[in-house]
Ligand binder design. Structure first.
Ligand code: PGA
Length: 243
C-alpha cells in the first residue's frame, strides 16, 4: 500500500481528486466505485471544480456506490443516492442512468445484492474504488465480524457505526439499523483502490490498516492483500502510523 500524507483535509481532498482525475482522463469510460460519508465531500468538490474548469468530462463515466441504508428511498435526504446527487452528480455531466446505488427499498435484499453484483460484472468491473474508513475499521458497511461476506449483502449496522452516523440525522433513533453493502469480494476485485481518511479520530484505525494484522475484526485490514492501494490521509490521521 502506498501511503500519501497530506497537510490537512483540503490537501487530502485535492490529492485524492487529482488521482481520480488522472484515471478519468486516461479512460473516459471508466467505472468508478464511489463512497459516501463526511470524508469524500471535499474530494467531490474538487472534482466538480475540475469539471467546471473544463478539465474533466464525465459524459461516459459510470459509477457504482458501495452501499445504501435499508428502508430509505433515493429521495430521502439521508439516503446515499440523495447524497451522491447532492454532492456530486447534480453538478457534473454524468448520465444518472450510468450511476448505480443499491436499492434500499428492495423487497428482496438478497436478490438485490445478486442483481447489483451482476451489474458490476456487466459494466466490466470497477476500475478505481474510493473508500472511506469507519472508526471501527469498516469499509462500505462491512462491519467487524467473525466472518466477512464476498458479495453484495444485507448487513446489520454495529452500534458504533449507528452512533457515528447519528450526526447526519435529527436523532439517533432515525438512523437505519440495516444496510445493503458491496462485500469484500466486490471491493477487492477493483483494479485500484483509493482510501481516504482525515482527523485525529481516524489515527488508530489508519495505523491498524497500515501496520496491523489482517483480521475480520478490522475489515479494512484485508486491503493489505490488494496490490494496488493508495492511502491518502492528513497528518492528524497519520500520526500513529509506523512510517
Ligand atoms: P466518514 O465515514 O467519512 O463520515 O468518517 C467513513 C465511513 O464510515 O466509511
Amino acid at each position: 500500500m502506498r501511503l500519501i500524507i497530506a497537510k490537512d483535509y483540503n490537501e487530502m481532498s485535492k490529492i485524492a481528486a487529482d488521482e481520480m482525475a488522472k484515471s478519468i482522463k486516461s479512460n473516459p469510460e471508466i467505472v468508478l466505485g464511489l463512497a459516501t460519508g463526511g470524508t469524500p465531500v471535499g474530494m467531490y468538490k474538487e472534482l466538480i471544480k475540475m469539471y467546471e474548469n473544463g478539465e474533466l468530462d464525465f459524459s461516459k463515466v459510470k459509477s457504482v456506490n458501495l452501499d445504501e441504508y435499508v428502508g430509505l428511498s433515493g429521495e430521502h435526504n439521508q439516503s446515499y443516492r440523495y447524497f451522491m446527487n447532492k454532492n456530486l452528480f447534480n453538478h457534473i455531466n454524468i448520465d444518472k442512468n450510468n450511476t448505480f446505488v443499491p436499492n434500499g427499498l428492495s423487497e428482496d435484499v438478497e436478490k438485490e445484492g445478486k442483481i447489483y453484483d451482476e451489474k458490476i460484472k456487466e459494466l466490466g468491473g470497477i476500475d478505481v474504488q474510493l473508500l472511506g474508513l469507519g472508526n471501527n475499521g469498516h469499509i462500505g458497511f462491512n462491519e467487524p465480524n467473525d466472518e466477512l461476506t464476498v458479495g453484495t449483502h444485507l448487513t446489520n449496522l454495529k452500534q458504533d457505526t449507528i452512533e457515528a452516523n447519528a450526526r447526519f440525522f435529527s436523532s439517533i433513533d432515525e438512523v437505519p439499523k440495516k444496510a445493503i453493502t458491496m462485500g469484500l469480494g466486490g471491493i477487492m476485485k477493483a483494479k485500484e483502490i483509493i482510501v481516504i481518511a482525515s482527523g485525529k479520530g481516524k489515527a488508530d484505525i489508519v495505523s491498524k490498516l497500515m501496520n496491523g494484522k489482517i483480521t475480520t475484526d478490522i475489515p479494512a485490514s484485508m486491503l493489505q492483500m490488494h496490490n494496488n492501494v493508495i492511502v491518502i490521509v492528513d497528518e492528524d490521521a497519520a500520526k500513529l502510523v509506523n512510517k
